[in-house]
Design a protein around this ligand. Structure first.
Ligand SMILES: Cc1cc2nc3c(=O)[nH]c(=O)nc-3n(C[C@H](O)[C@H](O)[C@H](O)COP(=O)(O)OP(=O)(O)OC[C@H]3O[C@@H](n4cnc5c(N)ncnc54)[C@H](O)[C@@H]3O)c2cc1C
Length: 295
């Protein structure tokens, strides 16, 4: 178990003069994918990334792999944020997982409600479990006081279940009041959505860092699929640029990097506390993004 004083995450967003950069991995489906993910992680670690996160149960991935690969990333030297969702878990099971995240040396937990499993239209509270992320935040704080940095999710274009912007940020404020240290956002492709979201969150009393989530898009097909799933908008200009590349996948990837660089520059210039990059277990686009930002 890592002691509180060794947790490198508190204060990561307050370091003078430099935004904190994090990268998000997902647990690979097979050992070959695992090797590719770990190689990408090695490359990105060498670029001075501040911390990494790893998803939990998203896209049907097995849940044990979050701990398995998360521990490997800890061993590589990453301060690690493990995602955790309430889907299909009782309170006791979540307590057990929090203890396992502690044993694995994770520095933080991204506390999430999670999406309904495939084939289920709406989220249903598991018997003996939780209905919303703030309950998980409370559990983490109660089970391991001071041990973890706790993050929660924010939605610049509003969570799809939220009836309006106001209730959306009120519930975000509730998660922060329950004990979250920072907010990481869903991907968005138009910075105006992030700026409006941060303004709403501040008006609702959210004072913690709101870290923008950036996806260097790989292709038009991928952008449509991801944005369709998380209900994010693809700006018409980006769609046009990607479509103009035709079938040339490398050209589309380069458009995605250029767009992400422009987004990142705009966000940092406006005072964003850091960048959380959805790297999709690859290093190439993120490397180019970081190189452009350094330049
Ligand atoms: C950065 C990031 C990482 C993610 N990682 C994963 C992952 O690893 N695995 C995975 O399965 N999913 C992941 N997701 C997706 C996430 O689980 C879904 O978006 C899910 O639908 C919402 O989770 P949440 O934690 O925001 O839920 P909540 O905060 O519980 O919010 C869900 C909805 O309920 C409303 N609500 C919140 N509190 C209350 C309340 N007290 N009363 C009434 N309504 C309320 C909210 O406004 C919102 O509309 C991630 C999302 C983000 C942004």
């Amino acid at each position: 178990m890592i002691g509180m004083s060794e947790n490198p995450l508190p204060g990561v967003f307050r370091r003078a003069g430099r935004p904190a950069v994090s990268v998000e991995f997902f647990p690979p489906k097979d050992p070959a994918g695992g090797e590719r993910m770990l190689e990408a992680a090695r490359v990105l670690k060498g670029l001075g990334v501040d911390f990494a996160s790893i998803t939990y149960g998203a896209g049907g991935t097995s849940r044990d792999t979050t701990l398995h690969y998360g521990a490997k990333l800890v061993a590589m030297g990453y301060p690690m944020v493990g995602h955790l969702t309430c889907v299909g878990h009782t309170r006791e099971e979540l307590s057990g997982l929090i203890a396992r995240y502690d044993d694995a040396g994770f520095s933080g937990i991204l506390a999430l409600r999670g999406d309904p499993p495939k084939g289920q239209a709406a989220f249903v509270r598991h018997e003996g479990g939780f209905g919303h992320a703030h309950e998980l935040v409370r559990l983490i704080r109660a089970e391991r006081p001071g041990r973890f940095s706790v993050a929660v999710a924010g939605f610049p274009e509003r969570h799809p279940d939220s009836p309006d912007d106001l209730s959306d940020v009120r519930h975000l404020a509730g998660k922060v009041a329950a004990g979250a240290d920072f907010v990481t956002t869903q991907l968005f492709l138009d910075n105006a959505d992030y700026f409006r979201f941060v303004a709403r969150a501040r008006a609702a009393g959210v004072r913690v860092p709101v870290v923008p989530g950036i996806l260097p898009v790989l292709s038009l097909k991928q952008a449509r699929s991801f944005c369709g799933f998380c209900k994010a908008r693809i700006p018409a200009a980006l769609e046009r640029e990607l479509a103009a590349c035709g079938e040339d996948e490398e050209a589309q990837r380069r458009v995605g990097v250029r767009w992400a660089v422009a987004q990142a520059r705009g966000l940092l210039a406006a005072g964003a506390p850091g960048l959380h990059v959805y790297v999709l277990n690859k290093s190439e686009s993120a490397q180019e993004l970081f190189a452009a930002l350094r330049a």
